[in-house]
Design a protein around this ligand. Structure first.
Ligand code: PLP
Length: 404
């Protein structure tokens, strides 16, 4: 039996333990979520559905992607062997497409007329617009007005793919407001609208749906490491924004007691400054966006060099892993992530996303403290092409980083 306990209403935990997840939403939204849960329960066991999911993962996304042995990086660090799970090689350049393919197939089965989604920097918006183009489903993306200005190129990309981008104009006009607008739209229009959420967050059943589709990462990695090394890894690690690439890698390993699991949060400008996005390392359990998880003390200060990690809450499954001690959560600063970005580019010829660079930075820290026969798997959640212009600007402010 799995150590992950989830009740029927999506609460992680049991007995008197602290509870995470659940569904703290209006009655209208509850009806919408019940309908979604029924469809998910039915199709996750459906062979034809699974066959179709596997078809698109192979023919459209390009799976299985490699588990690549980073030989040069390993040698330079002189410790544990580092393997990279290459989600960056997926179509559209990150792990997000695994989930959007799965959910669009679910939406198709439910005969919806339109799909809506939230997006922060635009990555989930682009992944959603991509599958909506593929399946010819009208698509509306909610995005904060501030983010629309900052990410003009991603807005244009979504429009090219046929999506309508709608500005969220309340509050800070960023991701939080975009989620609020999307949930509001969904609660009013659920008869014919599907809300395609981007990470293992939100009220039940969203975290379980996204975990289900992202677990392909860990299932492949497990088989690949057994084929290459004949044994399980000693440590697996991934960056944690909402937490979907991390849960995707971790979940198939949670019941393997000898595999150490470490999630990496963004420490931003440093935990002590308060300017970061590390709710598991610093926050307290609270309710955000209709579910219970660790939430940052001061969500106004939420910041990371990596736009995709910039969220003040976190997937409830991570809060649960932390609570029961199954995973550890550490943090990596903007500057450490930037160094890892440059190091991996130079030593392996792989430019990682700034998000993924947090996990790479942690592996670079810990590998030299481990034995040479030990194994680390790092989720390389996405490619860094999208970040090259931002890094260019930063290196002109801190030219000294170039010498590392
Ligand atoms: C969106 C994104 C993340 C953060 O999302 P999770 O749900 O925490 O995985 C990480 N890496 C990349 C490349 C992303 O695009």
């Amino acid at each position: 039996m799995s150590i992950v306990k989830v009740s029927r209403d999506g609460v992680f935990g049991e007995g008197n333990q602290e509870k995470f997840g659940g569904s703290y939403v209006s009655e209208e939204l509850k009806s919408a979520l019940r309908k979604l849960d029924d469809a998910f329960q039915r199709y996750k066991e459906d062979e034809e559905f699974e066959r179709e999911f596997q078809y698109y993962l192979k023919e459209y996304v390009g799976r299985p992607n490699p588990l690549y042995f980073a030989d040069r990086l390993t040698n330079e660090l002189g410790g544990a062997k580092i393997y990279l799970k290459r989600e960056d090689l997926n179509h559209t350049g990150a792990h997000k497409i695994n989930n959007t393919i799965g959910q669009v197939l679910l939406a198709n089965r439910m005969n919806v007329k339109r799909i809506i989604a939230e997006t922060g920097a635009g990555q989930h918006g682009v992944a959603t617009a991509t599958v909506c183009a593929l399946f010819n489903i009208p698509c509306t993306i909610y995005m904060g007005e501030v983010d629309i200005e900052r990410q003009a190129l991603n807005v244009f990309r979504m429009q090219m793919l046929g999506a309508e981008v709608v500005a969220a104009k309340s509050g800070n006009r960023t991701l939080k407001e975009a989620v609020d607008e999307a949930l509001n739209d969904f609660s009013q229009n659920y008869a014919d609208t599907f809300y395609l959420i981007g990470s293992v967050v939100g009220p039940h059943p969203f975290p379980l749906i996204v975990r289900h589709f992202q677990s392909i990462i860990g299932r492949e990695a497990k088989q690949q490491i057994l084929d290459k090394e004949g044994r399980l890894p000693d440590l697996i690690t991934a960056c944690v924004g909402g937490g979907s690439n991390a849960v995707g890698l971790f979940y198939p390993f949670v019941d393997d007691p000898n595999v150490r699991i470490v999630g990496v949060e963004p420490a931003g400008k440093g935990i002590a400054t308060g300017i970061h996005a590390a709710p598991l390392c610093t926050g307290k359990p609270d309710i955000i966006h209709g579910f219970r998880c660790h939430v940052m003390e001061d969500a106004e200060n939420c910041h990371s060099i990596a736009a995709g990690l910039d969220y003040p809450g976190v997937g409830p499954e991570h809060s649960y892993y932390k609570h029961i001690g199954r995973a550890d959560y550490v943090s990596i600063t903007d500057e450490e992530a930037l160094r890892a970005f440059l190091t991996l580019s130079k030593t392996e010829g792989i430019i990682p996303a700034l998000e993924s660079s947090h996990a790479v930075a942690y592996a670079m820290k810990v590998a030299p403290t481990m034995n040479k026969d030990e194994i680390i798997i790092v989720s390389l959640s996405g490619r860094g092409d999208k970040d090259v212009a931002q890094v260019y600007d930063m290196l002109h402010v801190h030219p000294s980083l170039q010498e590392t």
